[in-house]
Design a protein around this ligand. Structure first.
Ligand SMILES: NC(=O)c1ccc[n+]([C@@H]2O[C@H](COP(=O)([O-])OP(=O)(O)OC[C@H]3O[C@@H](n4cnc5c(N)ncnc54)[C@H](OP(=O)(O)O)[C@@H]3O)[C@@H](O)[C@H]2O)c1
Length: 265
């Protein structure tokens, strides 16, 4: 096999985006579709994925929607098969589905911790099991894990979420070594605070308690949040990196508001 054949990458690169019904996942589906990728959108609220898919199709892109619950192995397998049947071999997996329920760790029921880890860590693993063997076989592919800055700076009242994202990054780093030389690139995109539907279902008092604790521990030095598109574009950069380049990790934070000149140091 010549070097050219060895590093072949088709022009058509179908993508799976998990958690594509809102926030970062929906924005990523739109950005990758605009970059020319056929996109399979998965989430439990498939009617919301259909709205994103309609937007993609209205601008000439290709989109496929199928219900997906990453906490259910059968759902993952059915989704993966349906996506490949509709779009062709899946070349790119964006493992983005995530869940976060606030709570003080010594008070939270173990079943709730288990449910959160099941989506944030085992859910990502179920997707890997369904899609990465084919990539290894084809000697090319991209897996992007959407992590969180809590993976390196834990936040109070989000201990299960922090444990999950630390765990996810551990899994990703180990996988990067296991995949070395296979042609499949595993990458981490680590967002800072981003406007999305995450937290929308929290009790307002609980939400205020969490935000006050962030301030108390110096974790909210300014009030700016990112737009989901900023993370989607970082994901697009990772996926678009040419063969021969592997972007291992990108951390994206909201820029601070401009300070008054009088505050300059
Ligand atoms: N927002 C932030 O500040 C922030 C910061 C760092 C990292 N992140 C990470 O970014 C990712 C996306 O979150 P987001 O901020 O965009 O929040 P979001 O708007 O709440 O989106 C979460 C997505 O995950 C999906 N999801 C949840 N459980 C699922 C399951 N069991 N099976 C399939 N899909 C599931 C949801 O879809 P359905 O409910 O329709 O299933 C939804 O599409 C998450 O991994 C999150 O941890 C977010």
């Amino acid at each position: 096999m010549s070097p050219r054949e060895r590093y072949h990458r088709p022009a058509r690169r179908p993508v799976v985006v998990t958690g594509a019904s809102s926030g970062i996942g929906a924005a990523t589906a739109l950005v990758l579709a605009a970059a020319g990728h056929p996109v399979a959108l998965g989430a439990r609220r498939s009617e919301r994925c259909e709205e994103v898919a309609a937007q993609i199709r209205s601008t000439g892109g290709e989109a496929f929607v199928h219900p997906l619950d990453v906490s259910d192995e059968e759902s993952v397998e059915t989704f993966a098969k349906a996506a490949a049947a509709a779009l062709g071999d899946i070349e790119v997996l964006i493992s983005n589905a995530g869940s976060l329920a606030p709570g003080t760790i010594h008070e939270v029921e173990p079943s709730r911790i288990a449910a959160e880890l099941d989506v944030n860590v085992v859910g990502a693993h179920r997707m890997i099991r369904a899609l990465v063997p084919g990539m290894v076989e084809r000697r090319r592919g991209d897996v992007v894990f959407v992590s969180s800055d809590v993976a390196v700076r834990a936040r109070p009242h989000m201990a299960a979420y922090a444990a999950g994202k630390w765990g996810l990054e551990g899994l990703a780093h180990a996988m990067q070594m296991e995949l070395e030389g296979t042609g499949v690139r595993a990458s981490i995109v680590r967002p800072g605070p981003t406007w999305s539907e995450m937290g929308a279902d929290w009790d307002p008092e609980e939400g205020a308690r969490v935000l006050n604790a962030w301030e108390r521990f110096g974790l909210a030095r300014h009030p700016h949040f990112l737009k989901p598109t900023a993370i989607a574009e970082a994901i697009g950069t990772v996926v678009a990196a040419p063969r021969g380049v592997h972007i291992n990790l990108i951390e994206v934070s909201p820029e601070a508001p401009l300070a008054d000149r009088s505050e300059d140091r």
